[in-house]
Design a protein around this ligand. Sequence first.
Ligand code: OOG
Ligand code: MG
Length: 256
Amino acid sequence: MIGPDIAGIADKLGAAADTATAIPQLAAETGLDVDTAYGVQAALVQRRLERGERLVGLKMGLTSRAKMAQVGVDEVIWGRLTDAMRVPDGGAVNPTAYIHPRVEPEVAFLLDRLPEPGEPVGDFATAVRAVAPAIELIDSRYADFRFSLPDVIADNTSAAAFVIGPWSPVPAGLDNLGVLLEVDGRVAQVGSTAAILGDPRRALDEGIRLAGRHGVRLESGWVFLAGAATAAVPLRPGAHVRAVVEKLGTASLRAS
Ligand code: OOG
Ligand code: MG
């Protein structure tokens, strides 16, 4: 065979997610580079679409230093979100359905009118209809939550589930809002939206640019996660998690 077996790698990652069973990293062994890894990600998400899930958005990863340092990968990445990953605000997830779930605080955008491919976002308030606090549940399919850049891209950037809090109109500034992650009423992580590429609005430009390289165009009505401002924390059974973003409010999640 010439080049990595994209469909075969996607099947392995898909089965690891479906059975909540970790697998060894595979990029080095199969010769995956960043471009082919995005091809694997597309095939992996296609498996979900074939079983009836719908694409509902895009997520950014490793847009903050805290996240880069936690996983030892220092490139901004993006992944795809489907409707089946969405958990209602205040809802519950079963932690045993995941391998080693972690939660992290996010800022979500509800996309509106986006520029033509290749054009920058001129007016953020035209491109984005609303903003919300959010929680992302990530679950690397790789053993010990360890991976290389192409490995994590192929694994749809560890995407597993997400919660969106109440939507608000776009505020005047988003670049320096306090962010808290609370677990069982205790502060587990503290940060600022400034940690997200200096301003989370920049994450949208990066998302449009990076996804555009792979022929993916963001759509009106999609959800966009700008990337966590802080490191992620393990989700333990029974935990109650809240992400609080100054001016935007709270998103919450329970682990059953
Ligand atoms: C990769 C996904 C990173 C974020 O918000 O930075 C991410 C990982 O940490 O497993 O979702
Ligand atoms: Mg995230």
